[in-house]
Design a protein. Structure first.
Length: 117
């Protein structure tokens, strides 16, 4: 099982980034996927999730700015982040599992997003 996250970097406030998470060793087509983030000095927290049929949910601070999507052929989940703010600075983790929001079964390594003011 492998969740390989990528796409983090340094961006100015107001900019955009695209994160990717390539999945292997799991039934990607039917598995809910999610992104979490951990800001410096804080606990890891849920950001957004997408179900097998494309239904998605977001936390309020990112709704309207972030978009989660998935590509079954590429076995990849994406996170498009627009209008980035300094408070979005964090390590971003992709996760998978049948109850992915409450209790993910699998985690990718973090990819660092830094937003400068």
């Amino acid at each position: 099982v492998q969740l390989q996250a990528s796409g983090g970097g340094l961006v100015q406030a107001g900019g955009s980034l695209n994160l990717s998470c390539a999945v292997s060793g799991l039934p990607f087509e039917t598995l809910p996927m999610a992104w979490f983030r951990q800001a410096p000095g804080e606990e890891r927290m849920f950001v957004t999730a997408i179900n097998w049929n494309g239904f998605s949910t977001y936390i309020d601070p990112v709704r309207g700015r972030f978009t989660i999507s998935r590509d079954g052929a590429k076995r990849t989940v994406y996170l498009r982040m627009n209008m980035l703010k300094p408070e979005d600075t964090a390590l971003y983790y992709c996760a998978a599992g049948r109850t992915v929001i409450a209790n993910p079964d699998y985690w990718g390594q973090g990819t660092l997003v830094t937003v400068s003011s």
